[in-house]
Design a binder for this molecule. Structure first.
Ligand code: CP
Length: 310
């Protein structure tokens, strides 16, 4: 089994069959991470380059672990430690990596569309690990797996996404996938955090978190991206927490079956109370665990070519 696409740049690259295959394969890979010897020979002899030109903990580490658990050779390149810091352009870096006969390139980049550019420069598959405010397909896939495991069925689930939608590549990928799986999606944010036309992705818009607490199956909180706020537009963190933070008081009003999700990194005390983040309803660490399995599935289905993985 392989994916229908050559690169994974956007969730739009995936057919419904691809999404099912990825979720099923990821579920089957979870077990490998629980074994004492966490390795299978599936991608032995393959080389994967992680080109991370923007900071990352979860995505970079989980792609590296995913590749290694499948026995691939994984090479990490960061902006600061590479010739990019000396002024080399992305195209020349890409061509240099390609000339070493690698089998896949995973790219994290600050600029929307950078993964598309890279895919034009190189022949091996490119996986978008987050490009600017555009897309983060593997995050959306791991979020789907986490919701599916917790809720059973995504169709009809009420998912409320709260926060800085305008800067969120996670939100864009997730809303599209949730729509395709027939979840009911509401985005909650102050107007300055909403992208014009976001409703066209297939979600309801609300300006009040208090109005949306009851009835949500998942409260999906987004990080307030401090580094991207314009000082004269953003009213301040205390005001944001008062209006849109998942405080203890708000969490007490939510149904016991409701789950909390967050892609990380968290601003504890801003979009989420620290105790609420660590409460039993939180799936935040489960998302991270599932990230390894999903990235194993992406690598396997893109470059494994149907090799046995037991
Ligand atoms: N969710 C996510 O992309 O986290 P990192 O920036 O740590 O990879």
């Amino acid at each position: 089994m392989t994916l229908s696409c050559h690169d994974l740049l956007s969730v739009a690259d995936l057919t419904d069959g691809d999404i099912s295959a990825l979720l099923e394969t990821a579920a089957s890979f979870k077990d490998i991470s629980l074994r004492q010897i966490k390795k299978v020979p599936t991608l032995r002899g393959r080389t994967i380059v992680n080109l991370f030109l923007e900071p990352s903990t979860r995505t970079r580490t989980s792609f590296e672990i995913a590749g290694k658990r499948l026995s691939a050779d994984v090479v990490n390149i960061s902006g600061a430690g590479s010739a990019l810091a000396k002024g080399e352009c992305l195209k020349d870096t890409a061509k240099t990596i390609e000339a070493m006969n690698v089998d896949a390139v995973v790219l994290r980049h600050w600029s929307s569309g950078a993964a598309y550019k890279l895919a034009q420069y190189v022949e091996p598959p490119v996986i978008n690990a987050g490009d600017g405010a555009h897309e983060h397909p593997t995050q959306a896939l791991l979020d789907l797996l986490t919701m599916k495991d917790s809720l059973g069925d995504i169709a009809g689930a009420k998912v409320t996404i709260v926060g800085d939608i305008s800067h969120s590549r996670v939100a864009r990928s997730l809303i599209e996938l949730l729509n395709r799986l027939k979840a009911i999606v509401t985005v909650v944010a102050p107007p300055m955090f909403l992208t014009p036309g976001i409703a066209r992705l297939g979600c309801r818009i609300s300006y009040s978190l208090d109005d949306e607490l009851e009835g949500s199956d998942v409260l999906y909180l987004l990080r307030v991206q401090k580094e991207r706020q314009s000082a004269n537009m953003f009213p301040g963190f205390a005001e944001y927490t008062r209006m849109y933070g998942l405080t203890k008081e708000r969490w007490a009003r939510v149904s016991l079956r409701c789950k909390i999700m967050h892609p990380g990194p968290l601003n504890r005390g801003v979009e989420i109370d620290p105790d609420v983040a660590d409460s039993l309803g939180s799936l935040i660490n489960t998302q991270v665990t599932n990230g390894v399995a999903v990235r194993m599935a992406v690598l396997y289905l893109l470059i494994g070519g149907g090799a046995e993985h037991e």
